[in-house]
Write a protein that binds this ligand. Structure first.
Ligand SMILES: [Zn+2]
Length: 247
C-alpha cells in the first residue's frame, strides 16, 4: 500500500486520538466509584434483611411481654381480692383460711416468676431496639457513601464525556482526510493488536511492540520508497517513519 509520508504522519495523529478515546472509555468503565456503589448497595441489601429479622424478633418479644403483663395483672387482681377477703375477717373457718393463705403464697410465687420473665423480655426489647438503632445508623452511613460516590461518578462521567466528545470531533475531522483503504487497514490491525494499529519507528525501535528492528529489517525499511506503507516484521503494525527513526 502507498501513502504520502505526510499522510502516514497524520495516521499517527489518528492513532493518538483513538488511544485517547480508548483510555477515556477504560476510565469510564473502571471508575473506583462504580465499585463503591456496587459494594455498598449490596451491603445495604444485606442490612435491610437484617433489619427485617430484628423487627420480626422485636414484634415477637413485644407480644410476649404484653401477654406477661396481662397475666401479672390477673395474678395481682386475684391476690388483692384474696388479701381483702383475709383482712375483712369474713373468713373464719380455719381450713378455708389455710387455703386462702396457701393460694396467696402461690400467687406471690407466680407473680415473682412472671415479673422475672417480664423483666427479661424488657431487657430483650431494649437490646433489639439498640440493634435497630445501630443498623439504622449503619444504613444512613452506607446511603451517604452511595450518594457521595454517585455524585463523584456523575462528575467524572461529565468530564470524561466532554473530553470524549472533543476527541471524537477531532477524529471525525481527521479521518475523512486520510485514504479510506489506509484507515481500513489501520482499523483492522488496531482491532486485533490491542488498540494500536500504527506506530512510529523511533530510534530503530517499533513503538507498537517496543522491539528494536534487526539490521536486515532496518535496511529494508530504509530502502523502501518514502510513500510505501511499511509494516513491523514483529507485530505487523503499520510502522511510520519519522525524522527520529534512526535510519
Ligand atoms: Zn512492532
Amino acid at each position: 500500500m502507498k501513502a504520502d509520508p505526510a499522510i502516514q504522519l497524520r495516521l499517527l495523529d489518528l492513532q493518538a486520538l483513538d488511544a485517547g478515546l480508548d483510555r477515556l472509555a477504560a476510565r469510564r468503565r473502571g471508575l473506583p466509584e462504580l465499585a463503591v456503589i456496587t459494594e455498598r448497595t449490596a451491603a445495604l441489601g444485606t442490612l435491610d434483611d437484617e433489619v427485617v429479622g430484628v423487627r420480626t424478633e422485636l414484634g415477637d418479644v413485644t407480644r410476649a411481654q404484653r401477654k406477661l403483663e396481662t397475666e401479672i395483672e390477673l395474678v395481682r387482681t386475684r391476690s388483692a381480692r384474696d388479701s381483702q377477703r383475709l383482712e375483712s375477717g369474713a373468713v373464719t373457718n380455719s381450713r378455708e383460711l389455710e387455703n386462702l393463705q396457701a393460694e396467696l403464697a402461690s400467687l406471690a410465687r407466680r407473680q415473682g416468676v412472671l415479673e422475672d420473665d417480664a423483666l427479661e423480655k424488657m431487657e430483650a426489647v431494649e437490646g433489639l431496639e439498640g440493634q435497630l438503632a445501630a443498623l439504622s445508623q449503619r444504613r444512613a452511613d452506607l446511603q451517604a457513601e452511595i450518594d457521595a460516590a454517585t455524585i463523584a461518578r456523575d462528575k467524572a462521567y461529565a468530564e470524561i464525556d466532554t473530553e470524549t466528545a472533543r476527541l471524537r470531533q477531532d477524529r471525525e475531522a481527521l479521518a475523512p482526510r486520510l485514504p479510506e483503504a489506509l484507515v481500513t487497514l489501520y482499523e483492522r490491525i488496531r482491532a486485533s493488536s490491542g488498540g494500536v494499529g500504527a506506530a512510529p519507528l523511533l530510534r530503530r525501535r517499533c513503538q507498537g511492540c517496543h522491539l528494536e528492528l534487526s539490521g536486515g529489517d532496518l535496511r529494508a525499511v530504509a530502502a523502501a520508497p518514502v510513500d510505501e506503507v511499511v509494516r513491523c516484521e514483529e507485530c505487523r503494525r503499520i510502522l511510520v517513519r519519522t525524522p527520529e527513526s534512526g535510519l
